[in-house]
Write a protein that binds this ligand. Sequence first.
Ligand code: SF4
Ligand code: FES
Length: 249
Amino acid sequence: MKKNKMVTLTIDSRKLQAEEGLMILDVARDNNIYIPSLCTNEAVEPYGACRLCLVEITTARGRERLVTSCLYPVEEGLTVKTNSERIASVRKVLIQLLMARCPDSEVIQDLAKRLGVETTPFPLEDKNKNKKCILCALCARVCQEVVGVSAISLVNRGVNRQLATPFFEPSEACIGCGSCVYVCPTHAIAMEDTGDKREVRWPHSQMEFKLRKCKVCGSYWIPERQIEHIAQVSGTSPDDYDVCFSCRE
Ligand code: SF4
Ligand code: FES
């Protein structure tokens, strides 16, 4: 595969070489430079939801501005400050808003501590809302872009924005694979397997799935709906999944 050309840029006074087109956040990570971020995952395209990855840039032509580093590609002569006073004060407000929105989230509390922020001046989210979801849509993007089923999405607008299944009803499309659970940065989605049942609880909806039993070891290992989906996209038979992956090895 053809490689993009290399560019030279500076991040926090460090002169670096990086492939043109890579995002600032990825280049910083590759060089062990910390930029806080919550809403990225290499499985999906960046989306710019949490804004925590803001950095201050100066282009080769001398233009200065704040950009989200997960969405801004590196270019020749770029200078990036990841922790200037201006950035620190904007980031402080962003994390304080998240602290108020997600008072139950340990991830947010830990991140706030790391950024030197202990309290929020904003009113805490009311009790009947899910208090861990930052509305980053990472779960919905993975569901759509990777799993290919679009079972969950962000619904409503403004303060009523919520992550849920369509109409808050059990989703016909959901296969119970749990990909959303694994990618959620704040552990706002729960998944529990009990006997032959799997329960997935999103911030504002929940569903149950029947699990298939492995014919060899007897453990319940995969939702029937996920088998149907895999069989359909791979052109195999649902009966091919009677034995779990561990027992096949
Ligand atoms: S449930 Fe998690 S991944 Fe989904 S929008 Fe909320 S914080 Fe993001
Ligand atoms: S990581 Fe860039 S906006 Fe969330």
